[in-house]
Design a protein around this ligand. Structure first.
Ligand SMILES: [Zn+2]
Length: 110
């Protein structure tokens, strides 16, 4: 079992990340658990502002310590699709905002 102190660390820089979101989920055996979405806050880390996930079992235990090596397998260097989709969504939202502003303010977009 891992401790939260260990599990919350960024797989890349080993610094404790920031908890972004906690959701109930199902573990690999269908058991109820929580999945905590973490974000690396180390500016120099290549995972800076990248999300990674920590699973917490219903009884509060954390499944075995993924060594940085195993974790790399579970979480490839490239962000998971849904993170990328989220970023695309953010860009789209920002685009809409600009459109809205331009319509309101009479600013012209080229
Ligand atoms: Zn990091």
């Amino acid at each position: 079992m891992a401790t939260w102190e260990d599990a919350r660390r960024c797989p890349k820089c080993e610094m404790p990340g920031k908890e972004v979101e906690r959701k109930s989920a199902r573990g690999d055996k269908g058991q109820p658990c929580s999945v905590v979405k973490m974000e690396c806050t180390t500016g120099l880390c290549r995972w800076y502002q990248t999300n990674y996930f920590v699973q917490i079992n219903a009884d509060g235990s954390i499944p075995d310590p993924e060594s940085p090596l195993t974790r790399q397998k579970n979480f490839p260097v490239d962000a998971p699709d849904w993170v990328i989709n989220q970023k695309i969504q953010q860009v789209n939202d920002a685009g809409l905002e600009i459109q809205e502003l331009s319509q309101r303010g009479g600013m012209e977009l080229r």
